[in-house]
Design a protein around this ligand. Structure first.
Ligand code: NAD
Ligand code: IPM
Ligand code: MN
Length: 366
């Protein structure tokens, strides 16, 4: 009997195309006896709305809550632009994050050596880049209430979102980030807008308090707008960046381009460890979306998705060796010169999603 369960939610657009490549890797590692995963899959996003009129069904939510890890593709697309707000494809993602308590979102941006010339930035700025954005994922303006549009009369309306953070939310994400910094370059930047936001003032106060418990980590405060600029000017000055939900969303898309493409960036969304079993709820997903502009063409880069699966092996199952092997296989095919369209380079063979997935699997088998 399988000991570990994965719940797969491929989603919409390129989500289904890139998930298919991960499934092949899971099937291989199960067949080799390297893993013992049971897998089940469900619907999330626009496909779930089409099937049940909701972005995710209660049945699939229950399965996600029970699984040892959720592997998520991507959701959304223009087809669902006009569905009611709380049934939008993205609502599935937000509900999964909230109901599973996945407050800590790890978004590593690593520039693989073979891609140093694929970045929009000069080689010397990105070569060897290895930064980790730790994004708070269940609070802030994404979830604060009130969140509504009210009618003011006279043709005027008011759109309201509420940026809101409590001490405990800042404290726990800061501790995750400092703990990770200890295992890496021992340098942490906290990005906020304390110059204009009260939630930023509290954010900074709490993170500075946590910093006192981590004397071995160099702590730096940075305003979020400057952080975006510095990521492009001199990204290698950063090791770990801890920030709130909205800034983390934006800064991680900026960081993605340092690695060559948004199609390269994986992520892990983690909950708090269970006090008895020590297990964390977790969901693994690429940072990118459903890429409606290229969906259905078979050209999406599956690397962010496959690297997200490697993060699942590492963070949910402690399978460090296999995670290293998967990441090594990704580095290997890139070193061999294989490129999907998003990281295409002169004199390099451009391959589709399936060919890239197959090449990574072949490296794993070798
Ligand atoms: P997107 O990330 O889907 O695409 C942005 C650009 O990057 C596009 O040009 C796309 O072709 C390219 N791209 C993204 N992933 C790629 C890959 N793996 N390979 C090659 N190219 C890739 O962002 P968007 O276009 O702003 O949003 C499209 C939809 O996705 C929206 O509905 C949005 O809400 C949703 N979205 C979902 C998630 C998620 O499910 N986690 C994340 C971001 C956006
Ligand atoms: C991401 C996405 C999501 C976010 C959307 C689709 C809700 O952009 O995971 O980066 O804003 O968090
Ligand atoms: Mn995003």
């Amino acid at each position: 009997m399988a000991t570990n369960s994965l719940f797969l939610l491929p989603g919409d657009g390129i989500g289904t195309e890139i998930m298919a490549e991960v499934v092949k890797i899971i099937d291989w590692s199960n067949a080799e006896g390297l893993t013992d995963f049971s897998t089940d899959s469900g619907l999330a996003g626009g496909c779930a709305y089409d099937a049940h009129g909701e972005a995710i069904s209660e049945d699939d939510m229950a399965k996600a809550l029970k699984a040892d890890a959720v592997i998520f593709g991507a959701v959304g697309g223009p087809k669902w632009d006009n569905v009611p707000y709380d049934k939008r494809p993205e609502a599935a993602l937000l509900r999964l994050r909230k109901d599973l308590g996945l407050f800590a979102n790890l978004r590593p941006a690593i520039c693989y050596p073979a891609l140093a010339d694929a970045s929009a930035l000069k080689r010397e700025l990105v070569e060897g880049l290895d930064i980790l954005i730790v994004r708070e994922l269940t609070g802030g303006v994404y979830f604060g209430e009130p969140k509504e549009i009210i009618d003011l009369g006279d043709g005027q309306k008011r759109g309201i979102d509420t940026q809101l953070y409590d001490t405990y939310e800042i404290d726990r994400i800061a501790r995750v980030a400092f703990d990770l910094a200890l295992t890496r370059g021992k340098k942490l930047h906290s990005a906020d807008k304390k110059n204009v936001m009260k939630s930023g003032v509290l954010w900074d106060e709490v993170v500075r308090g946590v910093a006192k418990d981590y004397a071995d980590v160099s702590f730096n405060h940075i305003l979020a707008d400057n952080c975006a600029m510095q990521l492009v000017r001199n990204p290698k000055q950063f090791d770990v960046i801890v920030t709130d939900n909205l800034f983390g969303d934006i800064l991680s898309d900026v960081a993605a381009m340092l690695t060559g493409s948004l199609g390269m960036l994986p992520s892990a969304a983690l909950g708090a460890p269970d006090p008895v079993t020590g297990k964390r709820k977790a969901m693994y997903e690429p940072v990118h979306g459903s890429a409606p502009d290229i969906a259905g063409q078979g050209i999406a880069n599956p690397i962010a998705m496959i690297a997200s699966y490697a993060m699942a092996l590492r963070y949910s199952f402690g399978m460090t060796e296999l995670a290293d092997r998967v990441e090594g296989a990704i580095a290997g095919v890139l070193a061999d010169g294989l490129r999907s369209a998003d990281i295409a380079q002169e004199n390099r063979k451009t391959v589709g999603t399936q060919e890239m997935g197959a090449a990574i699997l072949a490296k794993l088998k070798a």
